[in-house]
Structures are given as structure tokens and as C-alpha cells.
Design a protein around this ligand. Structure first.
Ligand code: PEP
Ligand code: MN
Length: 347
């Protein structure tokens, strides 16, 4: 839909706009109003180049998109009936909880094995474990491919499916070859379109689930949904959207908690929302409240950092990880809240 700056386009301007849209298979239909005339684009109006050419005209005030730019991720797309099952949970039918260490310590694999058993006991459905880590400081521990074996061993010992972040194509293929069940795209890479494409291509013919974190720097909701569209466009619709806090931070928290975007996401897309409260607030003491807030907002799942001995952990674990006891209480309360939120069944 085109809105001109003046009450209506001149015949020459209308001819120019028509000449722009026709090569894209569209036509222009004026909608004449008493004060102002607006112009509908008839046809598929989503082509970015066509939109840019119209927005570039100095007599155009705005181009309003009527069609969603997210052909596949849109709540009204054919994929809306797609259901994702992970760790024995069908998203939307009960609350998915992924829990585990921020970072696997390759020198102390027993921590992950014990954490894996503990998070399972606490009620988690899947285990998270950072193999390779995106660290702000280049001298901080960057992760170690050896941790991949530890993660898969923890899977064998507990039966829990595992989630790990990949930051480049080498890690992506190592993780897939090892049998990692969920690939995490971190906040720093959610806008890395070549990585999104590589992951989409690599999982196209697999059941692998992709947990897409929201970038610290994403603005409009559509930017987040578009990042997911990149992956789904290759053919695998198993994508979970993960708000995890954004920048600038809310004073006192690690990031600006963004679980409140959950209802917006659920209105615009069919994809399940799995909130990460750990990176959002960044301190173990605040995580349970943030997790419950996420469920209250309608989240389908939670991704929580937990460790059997947080103080002995590496990466974020000493400050962010929940102990198994606190995790168990948080999961119990989150599931109770989730059950309250369910629309009651008509009997
Ligand atoms: C993590 O999950 O440990 C992590 C680094 O997350 P994020 O990409 O959200 O910072
Ligand atoms: Mn972390």
C-alpha cells in the first residue's frame, strides 16, 4: 500500500510507480478517498527491490506492507500446524525445559555428567552444554572441541538430548557428525546471515532442532522472525525462538529482559518461544523470577543454565547457574504456572 505525500499522485507519478511495479508482476489500484487517495499494490508486493524503488521516490511518504515478509514463519503460513517435538515434549502441549552448564570444562568432565543427571532429576527434558564459547575477552576460555565428546557421553549416560552452540561451519559439521540434537545460534550470531544460511542448509534434511537466540542488537520483532525464516527456508521447520535479553542493559541486570515480547512473537509466527532467563538477567538469584515471568507471558519452554557446583564452573556458571535444588523448584513452579495458563478443556 502506497501513501503519497500529496493528496494524490499526478498522472506522471502514477505512470512512474506503475512502471516500477509491473516488471514484478504487480499493478497499482487507486483507492480514492474524500481527502486523500492511497494506492494498493495488486500482486505479490514483497519484493524488496520493488519496495526500495518505490520508497526511493521523493513524492512517496510511506510504503505499508500488507503481506507478511515471512512467507514460512508467518502465523498464517502452511507451517502453522507444524509441531516440534524435543526431549519427549511436543512444544505447546507441555513446557520444554533445557538446562545445563554454560560451558563444559574439558578438564573436569564429571561436572557435566553430574549436572546432566541432576537436571534430569530436577525435571529438565534436555541438557545444554557449551562446547565452543563466544567470549567478549579474547583471552577468556574459548571452549574446546574435546567437550563435544563429553556432551555426547552425558547424553549416553542420561538419555537426555543435547543442545550446543555453533559459531562457524567447522563447529556446525563437527556437532552434526557427533549427533548433537539441538543447534544453538547465539545472540552474537543471530544476525550472521551466512551462518544462518549454512545452518539452514546443513539441517535441511534432518530432524535437528535449531534454537535461535535473539540478538542483543535486534530491534523490530520482524528482524528476529526474518532470521528464523533464513533457516526454515531451506526446508527444516524445527526452529525455536529464544529471547535472551537485549542491549542496552537494564541497570543491574546483565541485559534488558525481553521475555515480554513472547505474546508478540506468538501473534506473528507459529514458532514456539523458548526463553533464556539466565543470560537475560545474568545472576542466579534473579533467574527463577525471570523464568516464571517468561511462562506467564506465554513461553513454550525455558533454557536455563544450571551446574552441580556453580562456584566451580567456568564461563557464566559461577554467576548465573542455578543449583539443582533451585532448578527443581523453578521447574516445578514453572510447570504449575504453565498448567494454569492452559485454556481449560470443554468437557
Ligand atoms: C550461552 O547460551 O551460553 C550463550 C553464550 O548465550 P548467548 O548467545 O545468548 O549469549
Ligand atoms: Mn552462558
Amino acid at each position: 500500500m502506497i501513501l503519497p505525500k500529496s493528496p494524490r499522485l499526478t498522472p506522471a507519478q502514477l505512470a512512474e510507480v506503475t512502471a516500477i511495479v509491473e516488471p514484478f508482476g504487480c499493478s497499482v489500484q487507486p483507492i480514492v478517498g474524500a481527502i486523500r487517495t492511497i494506492y494498493a499494490i495488486v500482486g505479490d508486493e514483497r519484493d524488496e527491490l520493488m519496495i526500495n524503488r518505490i520508497e526511493g521516490l521523493d513524492y512517496i511518504e510511506r510504503f505499508d506492507r500488507i503481506q507478511s515478509p515471512h512467507k514460512l514463519m508467518d502465523a498464517r503460513s502452511d507451517l502453522a500446524s507444524h509441531r516440534i517435538t524435543f526431549g519427549g515434549v511436543t512444544l505447546g502441549e507441555s513446557l520444554l525445559v533445557i538446562a545445563g552448564q554454560c560451558t563444559i570444562d574439558p578438564k573436569n568432565p564429571n561436572f557435566l555428567y553430574e549436572t546432566a543427571h541432576a537436571v534430569k532429576e530436577a525435571g529438565a527434558n534436555a541438557l545444554r552444554g557449551g562446547v565452543w564459547k563466544p567470549r567478549t575477552n579474547p583471552y577468556s576460555f574459548q571452549g574446546d572441541s574435546k567437550s563435544l565428546d563429553i556432551l555426547m557421553e552425558a547424553h549416553r549416560r542420561t538419555g537426555l538430548p543435547v543442545d550446543a552452540e555453533v559459531m562457524d561451519e567447522t563447529q556446525l559439521h563437527l556437532a552434526l557428525d557427533a549427533g548433537v540434537h539441538m543447534l544453538q545460534i547465539g545472540a552474537r550470531n543471530a544476525l550472521n546471515y551466512s551462518l544462518l544460511r549454512a545452518i539452514g542448509r546443513a539441517v535441511a534434511d534432518r530432524k535437528t532442532v535449531v534454537l535461535l537466540k535473539r540478538s542483543l542488537h535486534m530491534g523490530p520483532i520482524s528482524e528476529f522472525i526474518s532470521a528464523a525464516e533464513y533457516i526454515v527456508s531451506f526446508g527444516n521447520p524445527n526452529v525455536l525462538l529464544c529471547p535472551r535479553g537485549t542491549a542496552p542493559t537494564l541497570d543491574g541486570y546483565r541485559n534488558h529482559p525481553d521475555e515480554s515480547i513472547t505474546p508478540l512473537l506468538k501473534e506473528k509466527t507459529w514458532a514456539p518461544v523458548v526463553v533464556d532467563p539466565s543470560h537475560s538477567v545474568g545472576k542466579a538469584a534473579y533467574v527463577p523470577a525471570c523464568a516464571l515471568a517468561a511462562v506467564a507471558y506465554g513461553a513454550d519452554g525455558l533454557c536455563i543454565e544450571a551446574h552441580v557446583q556453580p562456584s566451580q564452573g567456568i564461563g557464566d556458571d559461577p554467576k548465573q547457574a542455578l543449583t539443582p535444588e533451585v532448578l527443581a523448584t523453578t521447574i516445578t513452579q514453572a510447570r504449575q504456572l504453565w498448567a494454569l495458563r492452559r485454556p481449560s478443556k470443554v468437557t
